[in-house]
Design a protein. Sequence first.
Length: 195
Amino acid sequence: MSTPAEYDAMTKEEQEAFDKQAREKEREEQAALPYSWTQDLETVTVSVPLPSGTRGKDCIVDIQRRKLKVQVKGSEPILEGELFEDIAKDDSSWTIDGGVMTIELEKFSAHIKSHRWWPHVLTHHPKIDTTKIQPENSKLSDLDSETRGMVEKMMFDNKQKAMGKPTSDELKKLEMLEKFKKEHPEMDFSNAKIG
């Protein structure tokens, strides 16, 4: 893994090669998991292949606010551990269809603006690079302007954080400080801290 400064110092071709290698490693790590998963802003969908003939009554599924366990009775758990973030337990569900258990985990949020991309489902599993998530444009364009703005801000902030650069809120604070400095040249800002 390179630092943001090392990455910025690479040529475009080196960055593309680095990104390709990172994507391949990520694909291999995700493929090795006993499940696959996708997400949008509100939901994480986990698909767990089950042994042939497994029915709902054969399964132990424990969905807690911050924990998840899936097990076929009499076997080791297929997955068990701490979730990346809290979920809305009562709004989450699971179904079995065609030998696959599908678990819908509703991301918990007191307010929509705090939804964010998950780097992994369970904290002890490999992460994905959330800065590379590109929501489908058709879905992004279907959002109302406030939600779309929030998604675009979140994508920008994720990229900025990954590069070690200021987020949009931090940039806004810096901009306000610069404006204030210009309006008040008599004041000493040498020890000013943003945070």
